[in-house]
Ligand binder design. Structure first.
Ligand SMILES: [Zn+2]
Length: 306
């Protein structure tokens, strides 16, 4: 059984606030031809330049992942990229009228909802996967990230923060133990109150609020409703990782181990992986490997949700 590429059945749009600018942003996702991948279009700039959603187009990993091309860029692409990979969308044109993707509630659940609402369709080209052929590793001080050969995707992710609410959290994520939708999509981005104040003084994170992030002070979570998961922090880091990985352009069959990784180290690994032709082989598996699509497809409603 060949696995085919997928795109959206029809366009879908939403509006949200930009985390950095605090501005209202319009986002529209449109179906795209097979082998397009994810392409961003800045509709607020003359001639509406296109920017590839590609690891080699990443121009900044400060606070979020930013892709750019020819002077135009789009920041905070990781949560949308994560939702697209999680639901199993290969090809899409992302139109946005600002230099950043709206932050929504700080998770990828609103994007997953949009994708399910509009529905997906199979295309006539097979989906290709990167099969990992040998270990690739990057490190920086006590942080490291590596990938090993495996017949499906998994990630074993550990974070450590010197904070009483977080300390050490670990998540082993694969399709064997659950779906993207239930396990990852609702985990929100998080920040520390002291850091948040410093950013706002520097005119950054102007759209940041308790509506789109988990904010912690020295001892507690400031959000009235508390956490969505006891280990929401590490779940969000896995959500981010899936988004950064999606910039590789095809799903990866490999076992990742991440220790205190973040956008910068993620991007470093994926660039190194792609640049090493001995590290991977493109395959079109006959049987669906345990990747995101299986869960995404199963959870896909037949009718559009109201
Ligand atoms: Zn994030």
């Amino acid at each position: 059984m060949t696995i085919y590429q997928r795109t959206l059945s029809r366009p879908v749009a939403c509006t949200g606030i930009g985390l950095h600018s605090g501005r209202r942003i319009n986002l529209c996702l449109r179906p795209a031809e097979p082998d397009t991948g994810v392409v961003f279009k800045r509709t607020d700039i003359p001639d509406s330049p296109l920017i590839p959603g590609d690891v080699n187009a990443v121009v900044s990993t400060e606070m979020c992942t930013t892709v750019g091309s020819g002077g135009a860029c789009v920041a905070t692409v990781e949560h949308l990229m994560s939702a697209l990979a999680g639901v199993g969308v290969d090809n899409v044109l992302v139109e946005v009228d600002a230099p950043e993707i709206p932050v929504m509630d700080g998770s990828s659940a609103p994007f997953v909802f949009l994708l399910k609402h509009t529905g997906l369709k199979s295309q006539d080209q097979p989906r290709k996967y990167f099969a990992v052929r040998r270990e690739v590793c990057v490190s920086e001080g006590d942080k490291f990230l590596k990938v090993l050969p495996a017949d499906h995707f998994s990630v074993d992710y550990t974070i450590e923060f010197d904070h009483p609410l977080i300390r050490r959290q670990r998540m082993v994520y694969s399709q064997k133990n659950g779906s993207y939708d239930r396990q990852l999509s609702r985990a929100r981005t998080f920040g520390f109150l002291s850091e948040f104040r410093r950013l706002q003084e520097a005119n950054l994170a102007l759209g940041g609020s308790l509506d789109n992030a988990v904010v912690v002070d020295d001892y507690r979570v400031l959000n009235d409703d508390g956490l969505r998961f006891d280990d929401e922090f590490v779940r969000h880091k896995v959500l981010d990782f899936v988004g950064d990985m999606a910039l590789v352009g095809r799903p990866i069959m490999g076992a990742f181990v991440a220790h205190k990784s973040g956008h910068a180290l993620n991007n470093k690994l994926f660039r190194k992986f792609l640049a090493d032709p001995q590290a991977w082989q493109l395959v079109s598996p006959e049987a669906a490997p345990l990747d995101f699509e299986a869960a995404g497809a199963l959870a896909m409603p037949q009718q559009a949700v109201a």
